[in-house]
Ligand binder design. Structure first.
Ligand SMILES: NC(=O)c1ccc[n+]([C@@H]2O[C@H](COP(=O)([O-])OP(=O)(O)OC[C@H]3O[C@@H](n4cnc5c(N)ncnc54)[C@H](OP(=O)(O)O)[C@@H]3O)[C@@H](O)[C@H]2O)c1
Length: 369
């Protein structure tokens, strides 16, 4: 089945809803000297949430989680957890006060409005985790936070699979309407690292560690953008501690990074050496090998969505977002993956199958005589 980046996002959302991430990222950053920030996370137990919890704890902040108790229920036994449902069961939040709420689990504006209106009198800041997908997919490379936003064709829709990005943009507006001037909107690109339940970036360090001939997409020069969940979580907690507001693209690495450099970063120092065979985008298209879905992280330069992997991060970098080296992310992701049960590793959630990879490589060689 062929999958575009948008299809893959939609499928990933379904997977995320159905699965629980068993591991968290590590702490990032020194404890803050100021009074601890009281942080409420709407969510907190899958992937970004745990990185936020670890970063907040490392800074001496005080964290409360609000969720349904379904995803990784035993994860944080030493953190206050309130239970309810964002879709109308918010009683556990009433009568409480926090400095900052971080909303990692808002996907439709009605539900974001419910929590933002309820919490407006009892929190200073609302941090909404949006996405680069909030932009119109046609934005040009280098676009900043003022780029064209995705529009809902039906303003009443709550179909997250069909309208993920435009709904995220509508959620941003709902939060701002409830708490004018008190909202921080974070628009991450692809979030990666240990604990990632989607296996997108993970595909590459795992594939390279297996060795042999690896199908690599394009010329190698196509730009990629990813952000380590631990860097993102640490920076977001810093922003919360500073009570920052505004809108920020949040992705890395710090400078332009090609698919080739990313794969070089994913090549483990020890273990079998993989050989990369770069196959042009046009041939892959003919073979129905899809960017993003079959070849995770890759968006061909010059294609219709190429701006989505080349957004400007100048504003976030000026506000302190920093990035660990990509080889560190790859190494830690691989060792996290190797710690997972064999049944989980037998069913990767992204990337081309080994059988199909062999077929495409054979077809490529045959085409060249
Ligand atoms: N992954 C990426 O590459 C990427 C890229 C760009 C943006 N983003 C955004 O980043 C965020 C990351 O999310 P995450 O899943 O890693 O966050 P998380 O905070 O680690 O996990 C999601 C949490 O939401 C809770 N939750 C789900 N439905 C709920 C409901 N109806 N009521 C109360 N709690 C509910 C879940 O717990 P229960 O199930 O127990 O309720 C879980 O604790 C998302 O907003 C996503 O759109 C992700």
């Amino acid at each position: 089945m062929s999958m575009t980046r948008r299809d893959f996002l939609q499928a990933s959302l379904a997977t995320l809803a159905a699965c629980a991430a068993p591991k968290a990222g590590g702490p990032g950053g020194a404890p803050s000297a100021a009074a601890p920030t009281k942080i409420l996370i709407l969510g907190g137990t899958s992937f970004l949430g745990p990185a936020l919890v670890e970063a907040a704890r490392a800074r001496g902040d005080v964290v409360t989680l609000f969720n349904r108790g379904k995803t990784n229920p035993g994860k944080f036994t030493d953190v206050e957890q309130l239970h309810g449902d964002r879709n109308g069961k918010l009683e556990a939040l009433a009568g409480r006060k926090w400095d900052v709420v971080i909303d990692t689990s808002g996907y439709v504006p009605r539900i974001v409005r419910l929590s933002a209106e309820l919490l407006a009198p009892s929190v200073e800041r609302y941090v909404f985790v949006s996405s680069i997908s909030a932009y119109d997919e046609s934005i040009p490379p280098g676009s900043d936070e003022d780029a064209k936003i995705a529009q809902l064709s039906d303003p009443a829709t709550e179909d997250v699979r069909a309208s993920y990005g435009a709904l995220k943009a509508a959620c941003e507006r709902a939060a701002e309407a409830a708490m004018p001037g008190r909202v921080l909107v974070v628009r991450p690109g692809l979030i990666v690292g240990p604990g990632d339940p989607t296996d997108r970036f993970t595909y590459w360090p795992v594939r390279l560690a297996e060795g042999g001939e690896v199908l690599a997409p394009g010329t190698g020069d196509d730009p990629i953008q990813v952000v380590d969940v631990r860097d993102l979580g640490g920076w977001m907690v810093d922003m919360a501690d500073r009570r920052s507001t505004g809108t920020f693209n949040a992705v890395g690495p710090a400078s332009r990074t090609s698919m080739r450099s990313m794969l070089e970063a994913c090549q483990p120092a020890a273990g079998p050496k993989a050989g990369l065979t770069w196959v042009p985008a046009a041939f892959l298209e003919k073979e129905k090998v899809e960017p993003w879905g079959d070849m995770p992280v890759w968006i061909p330069a010059g294609g219709p969505e190429s701006g989505m992997s080349q957004v400007s991060i100048a504003r976030a970098v000026a506000a302190g977002l920093r990035f660990r080296p990509l080889p560190e992310t790859a190494r830690d992701t691989l060792s996290w993956w190797n710690s997972l049960p064999a049944e989980r590793r037998a069913k990767p959630r992204a990337g081309i199958s080994r059988e199909r990879e062999r077929q495409v490589l054979a077809a490529w060689k045959a085409s060249r005589g």
